[in-house]
Ligand binder design. Structure first.
Ligand SMILES: Nc1ncnc2c1ncn2[C@@H]1O[C@H](COP(=O)(O)OP(=O)(O)OP(=O)(O)O)[C@@H](O)[C@H]1O
Length: 537
């Protein structure tokens, strides 16, 4: 952190905020210093978003006081008032107008400034921000709907950065970013800090906090429980403060359940994820947990959707059930064959905002709640109760709107929805995005239990640690092709990250090959490691 001194940019004390009976913030105190990166951590539903929404003028507090630059101030009555005071916020859910251009999206909401800025100047400034943020920026006239999730989130971030705010608030905004954009954003945050501008970073990722956090405030059940400076925290201390209990032990990595003898449950042949791409295959066995990794937009998404019958690609996906084989031709067909898909983008793809929590849960399995011509709400609620415990979902009442839940709890409801369908193959598209560290571990444990019962899991994750901890093997995609397959024995952080960038076989101290460039092979259990060693020798 730059040693800048001076009064805090903003300071809130004894803040409280309730939504009906829910006490989202009980007693929060936070000071953000000039030029610092101030992380806020806490379990799902602990009040982090509500706190920054108050600072952003979205919510009004029930109690508390605010100082801006050392002087008492009124809480901002509107988001516009907060922006006028130099506060710009990027939220977790990607907020873009998909039918408008990149340029329009970056200048949306800045009409008062933008009317005075000439078009050429607008383009120049937008281009400059995007060039710093993205390795391959889209054209300014491209429609935002055609961009990847990461690029769309980059547009939202660019919208905030172009205001050159004194305080930039990133509320889980990095979770939709790919590896390289996140690194570039952190570079920009550091440059801003050196110039005296401050950032609040809400994240569930320890690596991000370690990378750029100067101080951390921890929240628990609506209260701030303490602020620590760099050097004072480690994961155990933080989790202890977040939960009031010791951290669940990080596992060394799961014991694999599947073996070469386990039944094959799905086979993909000659898949080409884009025209002209080198085809590859996959053979998935009962009990396997297979990771899908790579830089954003390199085909991982298309691959998952192809397995779930959502994206037509060249090649064939076949559900195998003993001697029976069924080609997956549509999403509906895939569901009928026991293949469930949990999408990545909560807001656009999986949450029905006008429905209640229980309705959101029951939507994929409503036939189980049919009583004659009617749906039994009680039956849905009873089924849901099982998952409340299993996934530790924090809700008020099941009949409340899904939008009353914190982001992480919404995500857990969508996971519960698909688990309730008792799939044989579960395809998860970055499911732990936005869920807290203990909830992640709960999900890992659950997946482990389900794998032992024979469930096969294919899971995209943007977190390297998640691959290391959870996966039996990891498929790495690059430029729309299967670029590498790392078996459990080969999985290290360095190898995985190197393979994102096309890292070829490197050799460790024991002379074992690490990554390989996949030939037109079939990714399958148990053979990859031996294969790799053969290729290396
Ligand atoms: N608009 C709302 N109406 C009703 N309850 C709400 C609303 N917004 C938040 N809450 C409740 O307030 C509590 C705190 O939510 P908040 O979103 O601030 O948590 P969070 O720490 O940001 O969680 P996460 O890590 O899951 O994003 C939760 O119990 C949530 O359900």
């Amino acid at each position: 952190m730059a040693e800048l001194g001076g009064p805090p940019v903003v300071s809130v004390s004894n803040l409280a905020k309730s939504f009906g009976p829910t006490r989202a913030i009980v007693d929060a105190t936070l000071q953000v210093l000039p030029g610092e990166v101030h992380a806020i951590v806490g379990e799902n539903g602990s009040g982090k978003s509500t706190l920054v929404k108050i600072l952003s003028g979205v919510h009004q507090p029930g109690a508390g006081s605010l100082e801006v630059a050392g002087s008492p101030a009124r809480f901002f009555p509107t988001p516009r008032a907060a922006q006028a005071a130099g506060i710009a916020t990027v939220f977790q859910e990607v907020l873009t107008v998909d039918t408008r251009s990149v340029l329009d999206n970056i200048w949306i909401g800045l009409e008062s400034v933008s009317n005075r800025v000439r078009q050429a100047e607008k383009r120049r400034r937008a281009r400059a921000v995007l060039a710093e943020l993205l390795e391959h920026p889209p054209a300014l006239d491209d429609e935002v709907g055609d961009l990847s999730l990461s690029e769309r989130q980059a547009c939202s971030i660019a919208r905030s950065l172009i205001r050159e705010p004194k305080l930039l608030i990133l509320d889980e905004a990095t979770s939709a970013l790919d590896f390289s954009t996140r690194s570039r954003l952190f570079g920009m945050v550091r440059r801003r800090a050196a110039e005296g501008a401050s950032t609040i970073l809400i994240t569930h990722r320890m690596d991000e906090i370690d990378e750029i956090g100067d101080r951390i405030t921890v929240m628990r059940s609506g209260s701030t429980v303490g602020t620590l400076a760099r050097g004072e925290w480690n994961p155990e201390i933080l989790v202890q403060m977040m939960t009031g209990a010791a951290e669940q032990a990080a596992r060394e990595g799961r014991e694999p359940v599947a073996s070469a003898d386990s039944a094959v449950v799905l086979e993909a042949r000659e898949l080409a994820l884009r025209p002209g791409a080198r085809p590859f295959g996959l053979s998935l066995r009962a009990g396997e947990v297979v990771g899908v990794a790579g830089l954003e937009g390199h085909g991982q998404d298309v691959f998952l959707k192809a397995l779930a019958g959502l994206e037509p690609v060249e090649g064939e996906v076949e559900r195998v059930d003993g001697s029976a084989r069924h080609v997956v031709r549509s999403h509906r067909g895939a569901s009928r064959l026991g293949i469930a898909y949990v999408p990545r983008e909560r807001r656009a793809e999986s949450i029905f905002e006008w429905m209640s929590i229980v309705e959101n849960f029951a939507i994929a399995t409503a036939q189980e709640d049919r009583r004659g011509p009617f749906l039994s709400e009680r039956s849905s609620s009873t089924r849901f109760a099982e998952y409340l415990d299993l996934l530790k979902i924090k809700i008020g009442r099941g009949g409340d709107a899904i939008t009353t839940l914190s982001g992480g709890n919404q995500q857990k409801v969508t996971i519960a929805r698909w688990l309730a369908a008792h799939p044989r193959i579960l395809i998860l598209n970055d499911p732990t995005r936005g869920i807290d560290v203990n909830a992640k571990r709960d999900l890992y444990t659950l997946l482990d239990v389900l794998a032992k019962e024979g469930l096969a899991v294919v899971m995209l994750s943007t977190e390297v640690d998640e691959h290391l901890e959870l996966m039996d093997r990891v498929l790495v995609f690059r430029e729309g092709e299967l670029a590498a397959e790392l078996s459990r024995a080969e999985l290290t952080r360095e190898r995985l990250v190197a393979s994102f960038f096309g890292g070829q076989s490197s050799t460790d101290s024991t002379g074992t090959a690490s990554t390989r460039t996949a030939s037109t092979g079939t990714a399958s259990t148990g053979t990859a490691s031996a294969d790799n060693e053969r290729q290396a020798s």
